[in-house]
Design a protein. Sequence first.
Length: 94
Amino acid sequence: MGFSWAFINPLAANPPDLSVTTSGLTATSSLAAQGLTASAVGGFGAYTYAWSAVQPDGDTSTSEFSTTSGSTTLFTPAATGLYTVTCTVTDSST
């Protein structure tokens, strides 16, 4: 008589959705640093973060950030104007 078994992880084929929320950026005319935070839930852990900004002149830049690879960073605009700040989060399944 033989015995065998297999464990099947139902999440492996269908990981939970990765959801990201950000906080900290407020509209201001000040060039003072602002603390930004990205919080990720779901997916499969070991998240990586990539911060970037589109400057008022349309150029993409990372020089305004104290770090571009953490869940928290300081954003210090180089000039007044409208910035678009993006944090791209990936998990270990992507």
